[in-house]
Design a protein around this ligand. Sequence first.
Ligand code: 4BW
Length: 150
Amino acid sequence: MLDTESFHLETTLVKEMMIDADKVAQVQLSNPLEHALLVLTKTGYNAVPVSNFEGKFEGIISKSNIVEAMFGLEQIEVERLQNHLVEDVMNKKVPTLQYDDIMEKALHTLIDYNFVCVVNDEEELMGIITRRQLLKQFRNKYYLDQGKNI
Ligand code: 4BW
């Protein structure tokens, strides 16, 4: 993690703080919903990024997207998890950040989203910035300014 003294909203870049893509749980557009639900359940996350087969970022899928897709006309139909793909139910309209954006931009987006995906010029997923990371920096800075250790 970036050291607290070096963190400044106006100058710290998203790439200095993001969780790298290789540590981010992800699913692919063409995965069945059953697989996506398994990933979300096993990792404990409520939502994860979705990429296509070329590794390009396409959006986010959440547990609630999947649960909604399980509703038939009268009851929950578990077999729908095998018949539908991630691309059928995912959220494609989500904001992204660029690698060289400043953290101030991330702050605005993280007010409405738990996490934001970071992409490069080719739209490949490079990582994510989470609320937790930003809050930890603010907390550490607050205590540093007060001259206290945490
Ligand atoms: O497995 C977990 N480990 C840790 N350390 N914390 C967790 C875990 N699961 C949930 N949490 C905590 C975090 O504080 O609950 C918050 C909300 O989780 P979420 O949204 O609703 O699943 C977590 O807040 P956060 O770290 O600021 O993360 C915000 C969101 O970013 C998560 C999840 O959708 C996504 N995310 C975080 N790390 C991820 C990830 N998605 C994929 N891979 C990762 N490594």
